[in-house]
Design a protein around this ligand. Sequence first.
Ligand SMILES: *Cc1c(COP(=O)(O)O)cnc(C)c1O
Length: 428
Amino acid sequence: MQYFSLNKNAPRVGFQEAVIQGLAPDRGLYFPETITPLPHSFFKNIENLSQEEIAFAAIKQFIGDEIPETELKQIIAETLCFNFPCVSVEEGVFSLELFHGPTMAFKDVGARFMSRCLGYFNRNNDKKVTVLVATSGDTGGAVASGFLGVKGVEVVILYPSGKVSEIQERQLTTLGKNIKALEVDGFFDDCQDMVKKAFLDDNLKHKNLTSANSINIARWLPQMFYIFFAYQQLKKHNKPLILSCPSGNFGNICAGIMAKRLGLPISHFVASTNANDAVPRFLVAGNYEPKPSVATISNAMDVGNPSNFIRIQQLYRFDLKEFEKDFSSYSFSDTETEKAIQTIYHRTQYITEPHGAVGYLGLKKEMAKHPESIGVFLETAHPIKFLDVVEPLLDLKLPIPEQIESVLNKEKVSVKIKTYEELKQFLD
Ligand SMILES: *Cc1c(COP(=O)(O)O)cnc(C)c1O
């Protein structure tokens, strides 16, 4: 498979090159040259397939022959080391729980897949790669855990000081070994800008920098897996399926749309956002005007200029009319989100956290227009990761899962930086 840059000013590259580069030399995101739907028989038979078989079928064409079949199957098996249950929350509404992995965030999937791809590409070579990643919350922990101990890979994580939860901070600052954490005096967008700048800095070429944000195709594409798993579990209801993704950088929803291009029967997409509403405003006004991010209680979605939106526009051929057929996007305030967490719990006993609750709100809003449908929202993190919000709202104490317990007593190690120059010095 060949990938082109969405800025259209860089050479086409294969899967390996696109993963290693992260961002194309013209700063564009890579996009696959062709998307071939899976055969109808695959969807007819999907309930009889294992998750590993589904994942293999979904991703194979995007990798081509650059990773041999047996190796790719091994990478998939190691990626999918946990479950993805669709839990019934209320009549016709399901929560796809993506938080059963090692860091209790959906990003475990992309991080595990990508790290193992890089490990494979590095198998015979001693050239060190530095994975440079900006996190608004959960990416850092998932990348730290996914890449820990991977040969030939150094990981540097930038996170906005004071804007991630205590547990998130522990997960990305306590592992040591090949994982380093930089605490940035600023917002997520500042972290992201520094990372983008570093990729284009000729003076850092010798570091072989790559990204592990969802701009990287090896992080983004495997996110299709669990959208397929949701359909596999919900197919028996035999009703149109609406998918709502709590969206920040819009990687998940973009993976969902890709899954539909492969033939997955999703009837409607909802990109649910917090106050960072560049995309909902785009759908109303028709022009895309990103703004600096604002802080919210769903902080992993505090993204002013979602990187994957350009890929989504490509998938809809940059045509607002195409969007209108099966894509909506709604923004919700912190107050609405808090109220949803309470209402869902009091009505159903189901505990959501702020991101999942935003997803739920968007889903309900869309379902009101399609009463014949069922819907699924992604629960992208375990409520324990946002206990500061969830516990007081529900007036309860959440039990601490084992995965979290193990990092809480470890010592935080981070380096504070403010400017790009400081990042450069650190890397060099
Ligand atoms: C990263 C993240 C999101 C946003 O996902 P995108 O793919 O960037 O839209 C939502 N919820 C949680 C908990 C996250 O960590």
